[in-house]
Structure formats: C-alpha cells, structure tokens
Ligand binder design. Structure first.
Ligand code: CP
Length: 335
C-alpha cells in the first residue's frame, strides 16, 4: 500500500508486518545511537489542522530517527487562518517535495481526500480525522497489547482456547474492552477494525447516548454495563470523554459518568491479574479514569506513547519503500 488512511484497509498480514517491523525499530531505541540512515534525503511533512501532543511529536521523532527531513506545519499561524483551502495547502507542500504527508484534520475523510485527489504525489498517513479513524494509534495499541498479552514474538498459544497462529504474533482470543465516548472516538473505530483483524474479541461499553448509530454493523459486542465485562477482559481501554465535540444535553454529569463508566481502583481490582489498563491520552483524570489507576503499574499509557515512535517508524519505513530488512547496517552518526 502507498497510503495509510484507515485501519480497515489493513489485512492481517499487513498489520503483522507493521507490528513485526516496529519490534525491529524498537531495538534501535536500545542502541547508543538511535538513528538509522534509511530515509536520508526523503521529506516528511506533518500537516496538523488539529491540536496534538503525542501523535505529532512521535511522528517527528520517528521520521528523524530514520534520518528523513521533517517539516512541521500547524494550521494555527499558517495561511489556513486566512482561508486557504486543503487543496492549495497540499499543492504548496507538493511544490516543496513532500515524500509523505502525515495529516490530522477535524473533518472525517480529509486524509482519504488528500490520498485520492492527485494534489500530492507522496504517501498520505492519517494521524486522526474527525470522529473517523486514527490507524497508527490502533497499531501502537495492538503492539502494546501484543507485548503484554501475547508474549511476542514467540509466546505460547492464545488463551480462551482460540488457536491464533500459535506464534503469539496476533491477538487471537484476547478479550478487549473499550470504554467511554465511543461516539466521538476515532481511536475506538480504528481499534475495532484492527483488533478484530488480529483475532481479538472486542466489547464496547458506553452510555447509550455515546454509542454511534450503526454500531450494530461493527464487528464487536456492545454493553452498557462496565462491571459485567471487567472480569473477562484481557485489556480495558479507557477513552477520553471529548467534551469539545459534544452537545451538553447528551452528556450525564461528570460525577454520574465517573460513577457508572469511570475506571477506579475497585473496578481495576476486579480485572484478571494479567489484564492491562490502556488510555490513548490525553486523559481526563477524575472522569474516565482516576489518578490512582492512571498512575498504577497496570496502566500502559506512557508505554503506549513510547511504542508509538516504533510504530510510526515502521509505517514511514514501509510506505516510503524501504527495501530489505528495516534495521541493518551501521547507525547514522553523520547528523
Ligand atoms: N492519542 C493521541 O492521538 O494523542 P494526541 O492528540 O496528543 O496526539
């Protein structure tokens, strides 16, 4: 593939290739010199129309570790604020010779539009579009789950009797619970696609007003009772409540939300001993997750950020046509 705009486009083999390549990239982080010459001479543009901390910084770190030149574009302070269109912005980037454009946009479908428009010749990577998808977040989440739950790369067979491929490379039979503001969550949608492609069983838990119309067509279960699913979850992923995208009339009070759908220590204690707590960040401490749970050893939120660099290195490497093994040769000591 030349673009990554949706986790739904990834086959099982595509996803495993990204995860396995990211394992190789993670080993680079353990080297004294964390830089590879792989993408020297290539240009990666980070095109962010919406705020970001983790995704933007980790794409920048990933591109720099592969020795690419990086241009960071933020809509704030650019000619977008004077009304410049996505098309004219894209044509400007094309004129600067972008080999890959990493785009975050408030409109669902903007990355797909960029990838299919012909405005740019390089690869397009979706870094989060509206309430639609966030495929690299799902990949880093799957990478984190695999490390904890599948004993990657050569762990034993999956639990719950599911055979998987017997190598621990996929998530066959793992039970993943995704909790909270599913309605506005591109993270949830991408995770449902990717995790089921990797063989996991996904359950969404949300207040009825925060479940998307059409969720019946998603390959997952839906529950309104968090306490009923905790004991059979291998991972519990808490979603950020996205108040900025929400009509206040649809939202219970913060206290009521935390009481019914928040993860606190009592609830965490009801999870199996091996189960992990995940959060894509940024977190609303005290709402969907208590500070005690967020700071506990079972919460992988910070580890997810670190894994994001390895995943984004793998994605850039694979899209920009890296030939041969991802991590070979001598580290780049020239820059
Ligand atoms: N998880 C995530 O996308 O975080 P940022 O909005 O900080 O990039």
């Amino acid at each position: 593939q030349r673009h990554l705009t949706s986790a739904a486009d990834l086959t099982r083999d595509d996803a495993l290739l990204v995860l396995d390549t990211a394992e190789e990239m993670a080993r680079v982080a353990d080297r004294p010199i964390k830089k590879l010459p792989t993408l020297r001479g290539r240009t990666v543009v980070n095109l962010f129309f919406e705020d970001s901390t983790r995704t933007r910084i980790s794409f920048e770190a990933a591109a720099k570790r592969l020795s690419a030149d990086v241009i960071n574009f933020s809509a704030k302070g650019s000619s977008v604020s004077k009304g410049e269109s996505l098309k004219d912005t894209a044509l400007t980037l094309e004129a600067m010779g972008a080999d890959a454009v990493v785009i975050r946009h408030h409109d669902s479908g903007a990355p797909h539009r960029l990838a299919t428009s012909g405005w740019i010749g390089g690869s397009v990577v979706n870094a989060g579009d509206g309430t639609h998808e966030h495929p690299t977040q799902a990949l880093l989440d799957a990478f984190t789950m695999r490390r904890h739950l599948a004993g990657a790369p050569d762990g034993g067979p999956a639990p719950h009797g599911a055979p998987g491929d017997g190598t621990g490379r996929d998530l066959a039979g793992r039970r993943i619970t995704i909790v909270g503001d599913v309605l506005h969550s591109r993270v949830a949608r991408s995770n449902v696609h990717l995790l089921t492609t990797l063989g996991a069983e996904v359950t969404l838990v949300a207040p009825p007003t925060l479940v998307p119309i059409g969720v019946g067509n998603w390959p997952c279960e839906v529950s309104y009772d968090l306490d009923a699913v905790l004991a059979k979850s291998d991972a519990v992923m808490m979603l950020r409540v996205q108040r900025e995208r929400m009509n206040a009339a649809f939202f219970p009070t913060e206290r009521e939300y935390a009481r019914r759908y928040g993860l606190n220590s009592d609830r965490m204690a009801r999870m199996p001993g091996h189960a992990i707590v995940m959060h894509p960040g940024p977190m609303n401490r005290g709402m969907e997750i208590t500070a005690e749970v967020a700071d506990s050893e079972r919460c992988t939120a910070v580890e997810q950020v670190a894994n994001g660099v390895s995943i984004r290195m793998a994605v850039l490497y694979l899209l920009l046509g890296g030939a041969g093994p991802a991590v070979t040769g001598t580290p780049d000591t020239t820059t």
